[in-house]
Ligand binder design. Structure first.
Ligand code: GLU
Length: 294
């Protein structure tokens, strides 16, 4: 079976070093296996989409040499497919309408005896509590499957009834990403490990839809020099800022390759060189701090 993965940027702002780092791993992984890459634009949430963001993200991938073979495919053009999956899940009795507001759920979580990730308390499982309100649609799930990740190894299952369609009618990420990855024939999902927890929920959707889940590889996040998740306040983190400051792609790739553990120094490096000795076992398992040059 041909290896297939994807880039899945959300066009909500500029592509930054963290996105580029994950895309670099996806590119190396696919190209080292003679596989294919699909470019998928995750524009599910129109109010958050920024004009010009998609074009700049595509240009930044190209500038770095992180090419793709298919797409761009936009989630906003695929609502019918999500609708079909929703119908299938409903027929299988896996969905229920939920009229709880975020505030009600927060209040319920705050009064729960133990902390941790708040789980949906099951309020509307046997019927919406407030039939007069617009309803979200939830997928019924106690605990999803555990799974094996190429970098993290065994990962325990996670659970709680989760939203597949929001009360404002927008599609939820969890459903869209499963439908897309399945239909695009993705054999391995390579993405940031902020989504490690969501994976068990997604596998539960694959199972409920009768589909084979892909393999998983969650790349540890990149942190700013202070150890906090990379963010705008750390300074110039967008790819465009580096390009405008005169950085070459090899120089930026060197910075990323070192932070991933693929190189022992941040000396400029070509993609081809990284590819020729790419070994997934050298990728750092811990979040990396990026020594930001400015
Ligand atoms: N669109 C998500 C992001 O930009 C990635 C989702 C995924 O790879 O499954 O963070």
């Amino acid at each position: 079976m041909t290896y297939r993965t994807r880039y899945a940027p959300s066009p909500t702002g500029a592509m930054h070093l963290g996105h580029a780092r994950t895309a670099l791993v996806a590119w190396l992984r696919a190209r080292s296996k003679g596989g294919r890459i699909v470019m998928r634009i995750e524009d599910l949430d129109p109010p958050r989409v920024r004009p010009g963001s998609e074009a700049s993200i595509l240009a930044d991938h190209e500038w770095l040499g992180l090419d793709w073979d298919e797409g761009p495919v936009r989630q906003s053009e695929r609502y019918e497919r999500y609708e079909e999956a929703l119908d299938a899940l409903r027929r299988r009795g896996r969905l229920f309408d939920c009229t709880c507001t975020r505030r009600e759920l927060q209040a319920a979580a705050a009064s729960a005896p133990h902390g941790g990730q708040p789980r949906y308390p099951g309020t509307c499982r046997s019927g919406p509590r407030h039939p007069d309100r617009p309803a979200a649609v939830r997928f019924r799930l106690d605990v999803g499957p555990s799974f094996v990740d190429a970098l993290h190894g065994h990962v325990e299952g996670a659970g709680g009834d989760f939203i597949v369609r929001r009360s404002d009618g927008l599609w939820a990420y969890q459903l869209a990403v499963v439908v897309d990855d399945h239909e695009m024939g993705i054999t391995e999902v390579v993405r940031g490990d902020d989504l490690l927890e969501a994976t068990s929920l997604q596998i539960a959707l694959y199972e409920a839809l009768g589909w084979e889940p892909p393999a998983w590889m969650h790349v540890p996040l990149v942190l700013g020099p202070d150890g906090a998740r990379l963010a705008k306040r750390h300074g110039a983190i967008s790819i465009a800022a580096y390009r405008e400051a005169g950085w070459s792609p090899p120089r930026l790739l060197g910075l990323l390759a070192e932070s991933l553990g693929l190189r022992s120094t941040a000396a400029p490096v070509e993609l081809g060189e990284l590819l020729s000795d790419f070994d997934v076992r050298t990728i750092r398992r811990e979040p990396a701090r990026l020594p930001l040059p400015w």
